[in-house]
Write a protein that binds this ligand. Sequence first.
Ligand SMILES: NC(=O)c1ccc[n+]([C@@H]2O[C@H](COP(=O)([O-])OP(=O)(O)OC[C@H]3O[C@@H](n4cnc5c(N)ncnc54)[C@H](OP(=O)(O)O)[C@@H]3O)[C@@H](O)[C@H]2O)c1
Length: 310
Amino acid sequence: MSLTVGIAAITGKFARELTSFLLKNPAITIKGYCRDPSKVPESFFSKVSIVKGDAFDTSAIRSFVSGCDVVVCCYLGDAKLMVNGQTTLIDACAAEGVPRYVASDWSIDYTKLELGQLFPKDPMIRVKAYLDAQDKVKGVHVLVGMFMDMAFSQAFQVYDPASSTLKYWGTGDEIWEATTYRNAAEFTAAVVADKDAVGVKKLVGGRATFKEISGAFERAYGEKPKLERQGSADDLFKRMHELRQSNPQNIFSYLFLFFQYYMINGQTLLGPNLDNHKYPQVKPVSWEDYLKSTPKDQLPGAPGRAGQNV
Ligand SMILES: NC(=O)c1ccc[n+]([C@@H]2O[C@H](COP(=O)([O-])OP(=O)(O)OC[C@H]3O[C@@H](n4cnc5c(N)ncnc54)[C@H](OP(=O)(O)O)[C@@H]3O)[C@@H](O)[C@H]2O)c1
């Protein structure tokens, strides 16, 4: 059963991982879309046909989606790109008869959020509503929790490698759901190949409390991390809003605190009932699997390595 898959933003980290999995399937033909073909990995040359264009070039986008059985959007950027860039792709899919569109999601369960709560997810809420109203194109939403590779990065402000400290808000008994970039790509490749897969798919590598993650860290590296409680969930809520109000431009000072808040308050949890069992060929990578397979000194820079070894 042959399948033509279009990947928008094929130069991105997640898209590279996804493409490398899809290329293992001889029944799949891949078309890629990007604004700078010189950034396409060499290993994809000759195996992927590339259409060049920007996110709002409607004629280039029509030619990219033409002939696809499914289009996967891997954009990551500002709200204009995430909303209008995606609706431009969806409109092109409707016009060209592409029956399935995989939205640029790979996130915690934003479907349970209200607009304005976790502001970076507002575009996804809008795009899902746009897809829900389509009759020709069916939306697919792969929800994976956070990318596990992010959890110990400098940006996420949880792990201090110098003092081997794990810092948390709340009680430490709240569940953190996460999936590595690579594992999320493997799950997504399985969803893409499954022609019947539409709607929300909850596919998660690891679910564990912060204290359990600390235990996994100790088993992986033979060293007990220091645990530092930074305050309650309410303290976190106050802190993230104070930081945002005092300097809204300094987005990275508060962005990941917003994510942590809506994770630990339980609102965006995907489990315990997941769709993993529908794709038994994909082995979920747990927190402990990830830590055991990642040298400790590589944890802070892990997000930057996603998609680099394809
Ligand atoms: N759950 C999580 O923790 C988590 C974390 C990170 C990302 N994600 C999700 O994963 C998906 C992909 O993220 P990623 O980390 O792979 O992102 P990424 O590596 O930054 O790639 C972003 C892609 O978007 C393209 N792009 C950016 N601005 C554009 C514009 N104005 N016009 C056209 N293309 C543009 C980039 O093209 P160029 O190469 O030309 O710049 C690149 O191909 C997104 O859905 C994101 O929300 C989830």
